[in-house]
Unconditional design. Structure first.
Length: 539
């Protein structure tokens, strides 16, 4: 019964434990007694001992209702405090997860930048595909220093990344917000059309590529305006001069070199789209197969409870044996009671639930600062139905009640199952692993296509200074020698570079995952850090 066994028994109304106090209750209280009469500030008689006893009786009554499973505890302020603490915990983990995600992105981009220069040269130059892998970097060191290698194309890459829609809009908003007065802070400023931004970004990417492979001087900061003008001497988009007599024959002859000059640039545009889609495909499928919390909310709700097992009659047989009409009718009424529906032919069901088991008499004995001591609870409803008309043993006015089935055992079993929190911190390892594994798979799959596209752009850019020098070009501006020169040594060098890239990305993943584990806090650690304990929240 608990520590308050006498009071609990007294609350149930079946206790002869109370001692008989001799004396006259109407006699004036003795000031020297152990229980003198007391008065409040308005002169009304009060008795703290009586208040305490009544509060204990009400509390014991509610405790009994909870023990037998009729009432459910109403947490009230404790639940609100726990929810606020959980929300703060979720915000903290989202903030830390986003910061670590940004750190992982910076590390991944830096690793890709350091490895991609040699990879591009392996895909373009025969010399880099003829030496063993262990001598590859020594060969590259003979032609270019490492500071120059890391700086080549970096300004163009940074500007091109800043022109992405999200970064560009945030940068413009921050710059204009710091320059313009506060009264104009809510104005919507027109941005560059997306087609123009894509056109500029493609030229910057091509310029960075040519700097990295040594076609353009690596010391150049950014391309000039002539680089963005198609047909100019600096543009990678080669346009031959128009024929002087504009006839069908001359225009047809002019269209072939025009298509050959434009094809590499257009091919690079579609190569970027293909890279994005292939990377998204690999990343999405890998992430779906990695272990991770699958829930979609911070506090995971309980799953749907399984249906109650079939009841067993005497003899251990299931209740699926042939039964008479009376049993079937009674089972239908019970199933309606379980579903919360009124029984057939009976009065409509009343309110589903009724509130607190705390007696109204408790208000008389509680003060403002002690009102929270009374435990309020919610009672389980009873579905009451009229008995059958042919049931004459109890009379026509007899009633029967069915208590809802107790699913506490099923709930306890479900509550013991793992429950996960889904936020930026808990999903960081799987997201970063899927990102770098998808990047490795994409780089390997698209390597032959990249070799063809980059070779076509390089040949077209080098040939545009000699006029119509298309002897090195083939259909659509791609060189036929790109695929025949593909050798096993080039494949081994490429796989070695990708293995190096994988190893470095795996190290970055391990670092960010270790930091995520370092800053992760369980519920108990978070409550302890903020001065709360589970016992406090339960009280």
């Amino acid at each position: 019964m608990g520590q308050l066994e006498p009071l609990i028994s007294q609350a149930l109304g079946r206790s002869p434990y109370d001692d008989v106090v001799p004396g006259d209750p109407d006699a004036p209280a003795d000031p020297q007694s152990n229980n003198p009469q007391m008065y409040d500030e308005r002169g009304r008689p009060v008795n703290e001992e009586t208040r305490r006893i009544n509060r204990d009786i009400i509390r014991s009554h509610n405790e009994v209702m909870q023990v037998i499973g009729v009432a459910e505890p109403d947490t009230g302020a404790a639940e609100t405090q726990a929810q606020a603490l959980a929300n703060a915990h979720g915000s903290y983990e989202n903030s830390v997860g986003n910061n670590l995600d940004m750190l992982g992105g910076v590390l991944g981009t830096s690793i890709a930048w350091g490895v991609s220069g040699v990879r591009q040269r392996v895909l373009l130059y025969d010399l880099y595909s003829q030496v063993p892998f262990h001598e590859l970097f020594r060969l590259h060191r003979q032609y270019q220093s490492w500071p120059s290698y890391l700086y080549a194309g970096l300004p163009s890459f940074i500007v091109g990344t800043a022109l992405l829609p999200s970064q560009l809009s945030r940068a413009i908003d921050s710059i204009l917000g710091s320059i313009l007065p506060a009264s104009l802070g809510d104005m919507q400023f027109p941005y560059l059309p997306s087609s123009i931004v894509k056109y500029i970004r493609i030229h910057l990417e091509v310029f960075s590529l040519m700097q990295r492979v040594g076609i353009i001087s690596p010391t150049a900061f950014l391309p000039g305006l002539a680089f963005f003008w198609p047909g100019s001497t600096s543009s990678p988009f080669y346009i031959p001069s128009l024929p002087s007599p504009l006839t069908y024959e001359t225009v047809l002859q002019w269209s072939l070199p025009f298509a050959c000059g434009a094809a590499p640039f257009v091919g690079y545009f579609f190569y970027g789209i293909a890279m994005s889609r292939v990377s998204s495909f690999f990343t999405r499928n890998i992430e779906q197969r990695l272990p991770q919390p699958r829930t979609q909310s911070w506090r995971v709700p309980l799953r749907e409870l399984p249906p109650p097992p079939p009841s067993v009659v005497a003899g251990g047989l299931a209740e699926e044996q042939p039964r008479n009409a009376g049993d079937i009718a009674r089972d239908e009424s019970i199933s309606r009671a379980h579903e919360g529906q009124p029984a057939a032919g009976g009065p409509p069901a009343g309110p589903v639930r009724r509130q607190s088991t705390a007696s109204a008499r408790g208000d008389e004995f509680s003060s403002d600062d002690e009102g929270g001591d009374i435990i309020s609870a919610t009672l389980i409803s009873f579905d009451v139905e009229a008995s059958e008309a042919n049931d004459t043993h109890h009379g026509a006015a007899a009633w029967s009640a069915e208590l809802r089935p107790n699913m506490s055992e099923n709930r306890a079993a479900v509550a013991q199952e793992p429950r996960y929190r889904v936020n930026a911190l808990t999903t960081l390892p799987s997201r970063m692993a899927a990102d770098f594994l998808g990047a490795v798979a994409t780089r390997i799959v698209t390597a032959p296509l990249a070799s063809v596209i980059w070779t076509g752009i390089a040949n077209c850019y080098l040939a545009r200074g000699d006029g119509l020098a298309f002897d090195a070009l083939a259909v659509f501006g791609f060189t036929l020698s790109a695929l025949p020169r593909w050798s096993w040594q080039r494949t081994r060098n490429l796989l070695g570079i990708e293995l190096m890239y994988f190893t470095l990305r795996f190290g970055a993943w391990g670092l960010t995952t270790s930091l995520a584990k370092r800053y992760f806090m369980s519920d108990e650690e978070w409550e302890k850090k903020h001065g709360f304990t589970s016992e406090f929240l339960e009280d």
